[in-house]
Design a binder for this molecule. Structure first.
Ligand code: AMP
Length: 283
């Protein structure tokens, strides 16, 4: 595995590889790698010849009172995990390399960002859209791999690629979970033992909602309220949002219709740690 931090150097490497007919797969991350990230690398290895992973904790996508400074970082460990997973090129730019001057350009996507994390984290998806577009310009991948764990992010990235005619195929990949159901996340390390225990209610309430829908419950409001009730039983859980939306349009709905796909998504805080999870249900 080659590790590079310079945009110029990365472009030079990729130019040579492309001239030799290699297809490039790209896995953008913020590091502190876990099996969720590794699953994206595995998918990339199936689709492409060369796998590029980026590790960049992007300040543009964190709000002023969010966890940019304390976001977990361990480049040495990440580098070992990436190499073992089969990453060919690890791109680890500094903030100065990515943003040497104040950015005067901002990519902003409407509609799909108006709910869920877009609503509760103002500016977050502008930061995501801007960095992903910039990384696409730098890497120019044939394929890019994103986890459904961040379902709204997938919708945002697909919208950018479509609207700006970026020549990349987006490959959404399934959510990887701990054995007990908690979705893997770099932020799970923040959780105390008690919070970790109570956080199980996220995947459990999503599973329960799926089951209720399969049993014939077609009121989105009822499904949503039942999730809220389950989560509210946990004293350390503070709900940010629970939503049942059409997918990929991300519009709220009152009745669930046969043949349609819905996203059930939630964000819940445990102390200072905000966790997200979701499931996609086709009726
Ligand atoms: P992050 O480092 O959290 O920005 O995530 C980088 C990429 O890994 C994004 O496409 C995420 O959706 C994906 N990812 C994070 N956690 C998981 C997970 N548990 N399962 C699948 N993909 C994930």
């Amino acid at each position: 595995m080659i590790q590079v931090s310079s945009i110029v150097e990365l472009r030079k490497l990729l130019k040579e590889l492309r001239q030799n007919g290699k297809e490039v797969g790209f896995v953008p991350t913020m590091g502190f790698l876990h099996e969720g990230h590794i699953s994206l690398v595995e998918a990339a290895k199936v689709h492409t010849d060369i796998v590029v992973m980026s590790i960049f904790v992007n300040p543009l996508q964190f709000g002023p009172n969010e966890d940019f400074d304390r976001y977990p970082r361990d480049i040495e460990r990440d580098s070992e995990l990436a190499a073992a997973a089969g990453v060919d090129i690890l791109f680890t730019p500094t903030v100065e390399e990515m943003y040497p001057k104040k950015m005067l350009t901002n990519i902003s996507v409407s509609q799909v960002t108006e709910t869920l994390c877009g609503k509760s984290r103002p500016g977050h998806f502008d930061g995501v859209a801007t960095v992903v577009t910039k990384l696409f310009q730098i890497v120019q991948p044939d394929y890019a791999f994103f986890g459904q764990k961040d379902a709204q992010q997938v919708a945002v990235v697909e919208q950018i690629v479509f609207d700006l005619s970026i020549p990349v195929t987006i490959v959404p990949c399934p959510i990887i979970r701990e054995q007990d159901g908690l979705a893997k996340s770099s932020r799970n390390v923040y959780l105390s033992a008690e919070e970790r225990e109570q956080a199980l209610v996220l995947s459990q309430s999503l599973g329960y909602a799926e089951q209720r829908i399969k049993q014939g419950e077609l009121s989105a409001a009822t499904v949503r309220q039942e999730i809220i009730d389950k989560i509210s039983e946990k004293p350390l859980a503070e709900i940010d949002y629970v939503e049942v939306l059409t997918y990929p349009e991300m519009v709220s709905t009152s009745t669930l219709n046969k043949g349609e796909t819905y996203l059930i998504a939630l964000a819940v805080k445990f102390g200072r740690t905000r966790l997200i999870d979701n499931t996609m249900v086709t009726i």
